[in-house]
Design a protein around this ligand. Structure first.
Ligand code: 13P
Ligand code: SF4
Length: 321
């Protein structure tokens, strides 16, 4: 039973032994189904540790997941993340079967804008290219010029040959980038329901309660929260920052599971853990991943007429490296 040993080993030191033993049969089932289907599980950094450390084959931020989906040789991709991430995987790998374990794994940012809104913005600012954060539907991507993630938003905006750029839908990420470029940025008023709950005064309280603490934040947080932070970056940027800087104490101002996942490889860092859960990311469970592979559900389909435009916008981003 080499696989049983390997799955248990993956969770060594991640979860208590008793929990690992209880999860082992389910994890074994998932491993067997992955081999049977020639499937990979791609996991976003916000997945719970049982998924992230236990059954994922590849993991990362939204940018890495899009790149990995484009590169994998697997026939089937199970997206352990939210719906727009699965759609992006399908857009860049149309020949593969892309599954999302729960159709309710949505995103409040993605829900904040429609293609009609993009048409309205283009009418108002006809000369400005439209950059969309990947946290949008395929239809919205198809209506925009280029996508970006929190990891490359500045690079994408700087790559455009225009002094004025429309940025949708996250107002906070847009404002954060606007502070680093000479270009005029037209913002949309979308926000992430998880990150907008953090407050600057809460962070100041951490500095008082835990002297020397390092504060690192995701750019979807409100502007005054980002101003309090020692580092701002994508989920992959935050992970790398902790690994490189090895702070004595840190607070990751983002979704709860990030600290749980990063703490596993950072034994010398103390993590202070405010907990704002993303209810959409938390729809994804080991049972859901097992059922996705067992019943080949829920397949993500992007109609050709939408996929074509969306692929142009995503490929243009990926071409920047
Ligand atoms: P990252 O691209 O930084 O992983 O962010 C995705 C996301 O949805 C954060 O809320
Ligand atoms: Fe969307 Fe926010 Fe959840 Fe990320 S954390 S998936 S932006 S609702």
């Amino acid at each position: 039973m080499t696989t049983a040993l390997s799955t248990v080993n993956r969770l060594d030191g991640v979860l208590p032994d008793i929990e690992v033993a209880a999860l082992a049969p389910l994890m074994e089932e998932i491993e067997a189904l992955k081999r049977q289907r020639n499937a990979v599980v791609l996991a976003h950094n916000y997945m719970t540790p049982d998924i992230y450390h236990g059954v994922s084959d590849l993991s990362g931020d939204s940018l890495a997941l899009a790149q990995l989906a484009a590169e994998t040789d697997a026939d089937v991709i199970v997206m352990a993340g939210v719906h727009f991430m699965a759609e992006t995987a399908k857009i860049v790998s149309p020949e593969k079967t892309v599954l999302i374990p729960d159709l309710e794994a949505g995103c409040s940012l993605a829900d904040s804008i429609t293609p009609a809104d993009i048409a309205g913005l283009r009418e108002r600012y006809p000369d400005a290219p439209v950059v969309t954060y990947v946290n949008t539907s395929a239809e919205v991507k198809a209506a925009c010029d280029i996508t970006c993630t929190s990891g490359n938003a500045l690079r994408v905006i700087e790559s455009l040959d225009s002094d004025r750029v429309i940025f949708v839908p996250d107002q906070y990420l847009g404002r954060w980038v606007a502070g680093q470029t000479e270009k005029e940025i037209i913002l949309w008023q979308g926000s992430c329901e998880v990150h907008e709950r953090f407050t600057a005064s809460e962070l100041r309280d951490y500095r008082t309660a835990y002297p020397g603490i390092q504060i690192i934040a995701h750019p979807e947080c409100p502007t005054d929260v980002l101003e309090e932070a020692d580092y701002v970056g994508s989920t992959a940027g935050m992970l790398n920052w902790v690994r490189t800087e090895t702070p004595k104490r840190v607070v990751m101002v983002t979704e709860c599971s990030m600290s749980d996942n990063v703490a596993v490889g950072s034994p010398d860092t103390e993590f202070i853990r405010p907990c704002n859960l993303c209810p959409y990311m938390k729809k994804i469970t080991l049972e859901g991943i097992r059922d996705a592979l067992r019943y080949m559900k829920h397949e993500v389909i992007v109609p050709d007429h939408i996929a074509q435009g969306a692929r142009r916008a995503v490929d243009r981003m990926l071409a920047l490296g």
